[in-house]
Design a protein around this ligand. Structure first.
Ligand code: TEU
Ligand code: CA
Length: 621
């Protein structure tokens, strides 16, 4: 369909890209796609987005939007009947961030032998597979997401033999291991980049250069271009200036990556989490981005690479060369792709990726990570529900609230910690009773919270430090800057895992590389093991329930109510489950609440009312 200024919004959203981009733009403006789907506003022409956006979009951005919509691939996957049952749809995943999980040799840094020590613990939760964040050789500009050698291990973390042992020890316990491959960029210290800088034309073509930078901005603040006097050119880096973007249009680069992936699969890895894999294909010529659209989606320029022209083709090639021959699983990190474009990447007849992560529920509509606002959990529900009901049977959602890139969800919902137990158990209820594959991030299972960092010197993350510098120069007061840093810093998720109440939280017997949260004296694995009512044991119960009833995995999902206060849904096939959740800190009456006893609830005393953040699951006959 050709889109012009006259095309009505309700028609624009009929294509995958039209649907997702309009949804995304409205979302960043604090609106929901339903205003177009379910109200007469859908009859408006695309040009009227200008007034809908209250002037945020100007004529130029509308033209850029139309051009963008015309330029994206829109293929739809075919309909397939029913769900294919596979292990990863039934599995519970656990993400380990090695640097912060367990230090085995007293240098204050988590390591591979430390993970091995704790495998029995992970297994004891009922976990079936582990995603381990990168452990490859790296100068650590971005904690290992800047890889210097894809076949070596970061010495601080251990050796290749340790990783081989990690793989086999996982397998011995019946768990799979997926590793975190960063294919979009390498470290500037990678041999390929060093050869490029030395002027070797073969390796120069491994990266993306320009004589004059375009206007793209980096995810980590500032321009996405870094000048190199050796070549007298600028190299593209969407992330830190030591993470240089690879040129995936060069077949040699793709072959190198496939060799690396096969190296790991041959060693026994069960698959990958693919870092920002949706960014690998960039629009030819690397044109300027539209500043308004880019910023609304996330960063200037992103419309030219968030689902680039060859993305689907390259993913299919990767699948053919690496995944299919090994029967490997993959979950791609795909920021910016909405449901319809994600269907193109994960449809089971598309032969691209198994699953992906999308992030719109992590911040409220119209808000970004470093914004100051009170997170409202009810505002993430429409987004979550949509992935339940509109992603189709041929795709399978990932379910998560936490990862290493975001402050803790429990702290966003309940900053004071007053409802700590209830909120964490409520989140667990959604994680394990919705349709999709649950991903636990280390520490969520004990209710780890954000950390009260008091000074910028306590932060370690390059994104935080860059954003701090940028904000400090922008005229904000020092205290406002600090509030924003505290709201958004990824370091909240990267503080040491809290194993017990001893000085360094049982993470290490020496001072760790990053601050320890003082609340480890009350929030820790050791104490929660002993408490039958703990968050930890609640996770175990819910995971066991999910394993016991396949309905909680494959059963249909039906929303019964989603309002500002309550979420209620049903999972059903030959059994039926009702899940009812109070999204507020208030007691409320609801006719939906059954009189019978719940199977599992975060409140043990029966009450006619829904208690603050109550989340209960009932079996109904
Ligand atoms: O993250 C990419 C990325 O887009 C996130 O920083 C994103 O902005 C955030 O998750 C949205 O909530 C991946 C890795 O997960 C991250 O740790 C790396 O720093 C980054 O890629 C670069 O490799
Ligand atoms: Ca160590």
């Amino acid at each position: 369909m050709e889109i012009t200024r006259k095309t009505r919004l309700k028609d624009v959203i009929k294509t995958p890209s039209g649907h997702d981009i309009i949804a995304r733009l409205l979302y960043s403006l604090g609106m929901d796609l339903d205003v177009i789907r379910k109200t007469p506003l859908g009859l408006l022409k695309i040009g009227s987005l200008k007034s809908l956006s209250m002037g945020k979009l100007n004529d130029r951005s509308i033209d850029a939007l139309i051009a963008l919509l015309g330029s994206l691939n829109d293929e739809e996957a075919s309909e397939s009947e029913g769900i294919n049952e596979t292990w990863w749809k039934e599995a519970v995943f656990y993400q380990v961030y090695p640097r912060s999980f367990k230090d085995s040799n007293s240098d204050g840094i988590g390591d591979i032998p430390g993970i091995i020590e704790k495998l029995d613990y992970i297994r004891s939760l009922g976990v079936d597979a582990i995603w381990c964040s990168p452990f490859f050789d790296s100068p650590n500009a971005d904690n290992g997401y800047d890889i210097r050698d894809y076949r070596e291990i970061m010495p601080e973390f251990g050796t290749l033999d340790d990783v081989k042992r990690l793989i086999s020890e996982c397998h011995i316990r019946g768990m799979k291991l997926i590793i975190d491959l960063v294919m979009n960029h390498t470290s500037d210290e990678h041999e390929w980049f060093r050869k490029a800088l030395a002027g070797d034309p073969q390796y120069m073509d491994y990266y993306m250069w320009k004589d004059t930078p375009n206007n793209w901005t980096s995810f980590f603040a500032g321009s996405a271009w870094r000048y190199f006097s050796e070549t007298d050119k600028y190299a593209l880096h969407l992330f830190a200036d030591k993470q240089i973007d690879l040129n995936w249009d060069n077949p040699q680069v793709r072959k190198e990556m496939y060799d690396i992936a096969n190296f790991w699969l041959d060693l026994g890895a069960d698959g990958f989490r693919l870092d920002v894999v949706s960014f690998i294909s960039k629009k030819e010529g690397l044109p300027d981005g539209d500043p308004t659209i880019g910023k609304l989606i996330s960063f200037t320029g992103i419309e030219h690479y968030f689902h680039g022209p060859h993305l689907d083709e390259y993913l299919r090639e990767f699948n053919r060369e690496c995944l299919a021959p090994h029967g490997a699983y993959t979950v791609g990190e795909c920021p910016g792709n909405g449901i319809m474009m994600s269907r193109m990447i994960t449809g089971n007849d598309r032969e691209e990726l198994s699953q992906l992560f999308s992030f719109d529920h992590i911040d409220n509509p119209g808000k970004k990570r470093f914004d100051l606002y009170d997170f409202d959990p009810s505002k993430m529900i429409p987004e979550l529900v949509r992935w339940q009901t509109e992603y189709s049977d041929r795709c399978w959602p990932t379910l998560f609230f936490d990862n290493h890139d975001n402050p803790r969800m429990c702290s966003k919902i309940d900053p004071s910690g007053h409802y700590h137990g209830a909120v964490n158990k409520m989140l667990a209820m959604m994680l394990f009773t919705m349709r999709g594959t649950p991903y636990i991030y280390q520490g969520s299972e004990i209710g780890m919270t954000n950390c009260q960092f008091s000074d910028i010197s306590e932060f370690r993350d390059i994104e935080t430090l860059n954003v701090f510098e940028e904000m400090t120069g922008s005229g904000l007061s020092d205290s406002d800057v600090m509030k924003r840093i505290l709201a958004g810093s990824r370091d909240h998720a990267r503080i040491p895992m809290q194993w017990n109440s001893s000085e360094n939280a049982g993470f290490s017997d020496t001072a760790p590389w990053i601050k320890v949260n003082p609340n480890h004296t009350s929030i820790n694995v050791h104490d929660e093991e002993l408490d039958t009512d703990s968050i930890l044991n609640y996770y175990r119960k819910l995971i066991a329930l999910r394993k016991q009833h396949k309905t909680l995995v494959y059963g249909s999902f039906k929303k019964l109510r989603s309002s500002k206060k309550i979420l209620a849904y049903e999972r059903a096939d030959d059994e039926r489950f009702l899940i009812i959740i109070n999204l507020t800190p208030n007691e409320i009456r609801s006719s939906l609440k059954p009189l019978s006893r719940p199977l599992i609830s975060n409140y043990s005393q029966p009450s006619r009312k829904l208690m603050p953040y109550e989340a209960s699951v009932y079996m109904i006959s």
